[in-house]
Write a protein that binds this ligand. Sequence first.
Ligand code: GLN
Length: 492
Amino acid sequence: MLSATAIAARVRSGEFDPQEVTEAAIRRLEARDPQVHAYLDPDLERARRCADAVAETLRRGEDPGRLAGVPVSLKDNMAVEGATLTAGSRILEGYRAPYTSHVAQRLLAEGAVLLGRTNLDEFAMGASTENSAYGPSRNPWDRDRVPGGSSGGSAAAVAAGIVPVALGSETGGSIRQPAALCGVTGFKPTYGAVSRHGLVAFGSSLDVIGPIACHAEDAALVHDVIAGHDPRDATTWTGERPSALTERADLEGLRIGIPEEFLDDAVDARVLERVSAAIAQLEEGGAITRVVPKGSLPSMHLAIPVYYLVACSEASSNLARFDGIRYGPAREEAAELHERYAATRAGLFGPEVRRRILLGTFSLSAGYADAWYKKALQVRRLILDEFRALFADYDLLAGPTSPFGAFKIGERSKDPYAMYLCDLLTAPACLAGLPSVSVPCGLARKGAYKGLPVGLSLTGPAGHDHKVLAAARAYEAVRGAPERSPLQEDEA
Ligand code: GLN
């Protein structure tokens, strides 16, 4: 599959017809999605309407935009007016969005073709898509395995070669972890770089939207398009925002620290082997890499409990609005209002969502908030300060994205703690609001994840999104194009 950058260039020059490009993507979706279940709603008609609009703009001789004719899929927690928006939950089954999210508006304004909405863990809570009420997605590298999550549908769609780029959202790892497990690039921007307007809220102080793409350059292009101030999201920053695409992609002289805390015992040995090889490639490219001895991130071991306290507390508040009255279906059998709320929420939220609402409500409740929620906020601050101190000496921090490769469907779903461990290496940057990318760095050679993709993580200081993406582009240039999943191999 061609990159988004190449498709847009050829559509703009008239070499490619946007309607034909769209039909080709639809054919790929129809042939491959039955094998991976990346999509909850393929919404082909909308894609065709988008393509018609681009064709019309070209006929009028006007600029069709930087993403002209590029098929892009959205995770099904981002609103597109008139389209279904389930967030992977029964509680929003059949619900249609009354307006279009900021990110979708930006994509449409640049001529993108919105091709369907992708599967996710219910309300983005999970790391495998097994918590989706509509069944799990499958990893294009091995269909008995998970694609990661919660943006697993977006990662699977890209790795299967259906679309060159899709949007994901991340609260604790949901863009980077599925990207790593599917062998594609996933970028989590600085908190506040991209508007959350029209994103179904999970943990509002953590949620961000970012691209999942085959190529780092495409991730940079799409980030450039969707980032920027939006008056509808007061947490978006107003300051200067350098382009991620035009920033010089060069590893020369880049100081890259590898905190020993990232090389935790929980990390699979074969994953570490690939990441070490990738770090050697960064060196070959001119970067100065150093392992930072244990002690630079002394609070990092608390990141998982802190993340789950903060995210669940915020989720318990955000999800209070789903009461069966304002959105989606309801359990009508209960006559009394509160009974009806309870029946709807107990019946239509899945077990993981209910667990988190209970946990969050508990940790915010009077008498417990000081011990749990407020304590978590204090440790969150320590984690941020520790990262800041590291960035005095290093431009970027590197390490594995995920402690392990794609695991088998069912392997972790019965044990929430085993599932929460997936966020070991991604949650810290989320708590600190930092920009971080996962780039594919080869396949595990041996062991439980043999032949499966491994992701290298590069994290920068807040606001350095352009630098993180430039490093990802530079790394890709040094190592060459990433391996393609078996589902893409039949392509010319
Ligand atoms: N796996 C994490 C969780 O279950 C992260 C989810 C996310 O980033 N949306 O909460």
